[in-house]
Write a protein that binds this ligand. Structure first.
Ligand code: SPV
Ligand code: MN
Length: 621
């Protein structure tokens, strides 16, 4: 790009002029020029793929105070404002042409939205350096990948992005015609702790037409790191237009008999066990949050969009989360956000070691029993405190799959939620349509700290995507159902529930998911039979008992099996009716949704007539 094309040439130091002159993309020139004019940065820094640029961003984040050093040399910490600890649903809007309304989505008329947020961005970088990062969503050389450019004035945001994604400046140099997604962010004014101050003007807007997201006056990564949940809104739109799937899913390989590896995706709402499932010891991690799935020669092939993990740290302990614990203590690079810092070490709730009574945390200087402005006691760390690490830090990483430019074949898909009283721990759908509708599109989950607002409320969360959805849900499901028809071999669809309780007591341990994974892998390859129920297939006791022994060295009793896998008929009927009601409110709901739901309700009612309200799995075999 000829730097003269950018009007405010004097804000580029000579080193940056050299970089910018390598870029010839006209759209990039227009994009960057527009935001330089609008936000008026004091200086500009372009992030290339060099190690020196990586170090520069990391060092600046520390120097400027967005991050602090910890005793372990590669560990740093970051705080967000006490009231900026999670995704802000209320101020997150999808901008639509002519203000078109979409079910369940907070929308706003496009022009008005851009005017409002760009108004807030006017002159916002006057005292700052504008950072411009170039990235690949997915393996650099993959035809399934997309490219993106991030503009931000936060070193922490850019640093996080460089841990979580692949920088790809070279691609932009070598492909001047490349199209790309655009992410624009400013943290706005910060206070003495370097946290965003003007939260009343926090806005996160999506302009699908312009392949662009705009976010301001916030730092929490879910609101700011463009390639993560911001790109996701845009790629959901792209996927619908082009007939593929952009999903809130992990991707992992499960080891089967012999040398068999079976790739499975899993969609769970935030803070419901997604990361802990794909990092189960001795299986193969590929990604923990976002996948693109495209059909190639009749096979569903998936890539992980990311190159790192932005995971929840609350409750991570050595016994239940061995692989995560190992990463956090390995000495590799980690950003700890919104945890307690005491004497150079990070601490978080329920980490299973003695905890200090004071330190600095997301609320500032902190002592045990401190209360916030609302009179609520402040815990050591926030429930949504996180760690940011590279995938390469995981010893269980399947590097070949992560870098496979063709994507790995998907043979199974799992859907799960936080459900205390309805779904059994694991079940398999009867067909693609039954799975898409009665498992994926029927997820209900109790709310968590990953979003601002009340926790523990049961909400509808189809495909665990509702907080990110940017298109009409009916059309989104139509695309999903149709995707299956393009496949020679459809992935088997499963549902899991790690949160089933009886009298307030969890019926499963956190580690039990390792058994369900192995059972699903065996089902995919026809190695175990199963019991047919109205909601699909469930395991036979004799197939999972030995898995509990061999994987977890646990005795699994018939009583446990019966309690966990009994069919809660009335609860299931009530749930299906609620889901049906929800879809009735959406005019574009495909007919398959009603057929599948009504079919299941009918089967459940017949079972209730014959066997009663709660049916033991042993009665059904
Ligand atoms: C989630 O909450 O689903 C996350 C983290 O993966 S965030 O970036 O906040 O979306
Ligand atoms: Mn997520």
């Amino acid at each position: 790009m000829k730097s003269s094309a950018i009007s405010e040439r004097d804000i580029f130091p000579p080193s940056e002029i050299e970089k910018i002159e390598l870029l010839e993309n006209q759209e990039l020139v227009n994009f960057v020029s527009h935001y330089i004019e609008l936000m008026e940065p004091k200086s500009v820094f372009l992030v290339t793929d060099s190690g020196a640029d990586y170090e520069y961003i990391r060092k600046k984040s520390l120097e400027y105070g967005e991050e602090g050093e910890l005793a372990s040399p590669n560990h740093t910490y970051h705080f967000d404002n006490y009231y900026d600890q999670a995704r802000d649903k209320e101020n997150t809007k999808v901008l639509t042409v002519n203000g078109e309304k979409l079910p369940f989505i907070n929308t706003m008329e496009r022009e008005a939205g851009i005017r409002e947020i760009e108004g807030l961005m006017k002159g916002i970088m006057r005292e700052r350096t504008m950072l411009i990062g170039f990235f690949s969503l997915g393996p650099k050389d993959s035809p399934l990948s997309l490219k993106g450019v991030q503009i931000t004035d936060s070193y922490y945001v850019m640093h996080s992005e460089m841990i979580l994604y692949r920088t790809d400046f070279d691609y932009f140099v070598n492909h001047p015609d490349t199209e790309f997604l655009k992410f624009v962010h400013s943290q706005g004014e910060v206070d003495s702790r370097k946290v965003s101050k003007n939260l009343k003007d926090r806005r996160i807007y999506f302009d699908l037409e312009g392949n662009r997201s705009l976010s301001v006056n916030t730092q929490y990564a879910g609101n700011t790191v463009g390639l993560k949940k911001l790109a996701f809104r845009v790629t959901i739109g792209r996927a619908l237009k082009e007939g593929w799937l952009s999903e809130h899913m992990f991707l992992m390989g499960v080891n089967g008999n012999g040398n068999r590896v079976t790739y499975i995706t899993g969609a769970f709402p935030s803070a419901c066990g997604k990361t802990s499932t794909c990092t189960v010891p001795s299986e193969r991690l590929v990604g923990d949050d976002l996948v693109f799935i495209k059909e190639r020669d009749g096979i569903a092939r998936a890539i992980n969009v990311e190159n790192g993990v932005f995971g929840i740290i609350d409750g991570v302990n050595e016994t239940d989360d061995g692989p995560l614990w190992e990463v956090l203590s390995s000495g590799d690079e980690v950003i700890f956000s919104n945890v307690l810092i005491n004497n150079g070490s990070p601490y978080w709730n329920e980490m299973g070691i003695p905890m200090p009574d004071f330190g600095e945390n997301h609320s500032g200087e902190w002592k045990r029993y401190n209360k916030d402005a609302e009179g609520k006691e402040i815990s050591h760390s926030h429930k949504n405190a996180r760690f940011t690490v590279k995938l390469s830090s995981f010893s269980g990483l399947d590097r070949t799959a992560l870098n496979d430019k063709h994507g790995v074949p998907v043979e199974g898909m799992i859907f799960g939620g936080r459900d205390s009283d309805t779904w059994p721990p694991v079940s398999e759908s009867l067909s693609w349509d039954h799975g898409v509708v009665n498992k994926g599109a029927s997820i209900e989950s109790e709310t968590t700290a990953a979003t601002l607002g009340k926790t523990g409320v049961r909400v509808f969360n189809a495909m665990s995507i509702m907080e990110f959805l940017s298109v009409d849900l009916g059309k989104y499901l139509e695309n999903y159902l149709k995707f299956g028809t393009k496949l020679k071999k459809q992935p088997r669809i499963f549902a899991v529930n790690y949160f089933l309780t009886e009298n307030g007591r969890f019926l499963n341990a956190k580690v039990d998911k390792a058994v369900w994974l192995k059972w699903m892998e065996k089902r995919i390859h026809g190695e175990v039979e199963a019991i047919l129920t109205p909601i699909g297939y469930i395991p036979k006791y004799e197939d999972i008992k030995p898995l509990f022994r061999s994987i977890l060295n646990k005795d699994y009793t018939m009583e446990q099996y019966e309690e966990q896998f009994k069919i809660r008929v009335s609860k299931l009927i009530e749930k299906d009716m609620r889901i049906k009601e929800t879809y009735k409110g959406i005019p574009t709901t495909p007919r398959e949704v009603y057929e599948e739901l009504e079919g299941e309700i009918g089967r459940l009612k017949r079972l209730r007539e014959q066997k009663g309200d709660t049916v033991s799995p042993t009665v059904l075999r």
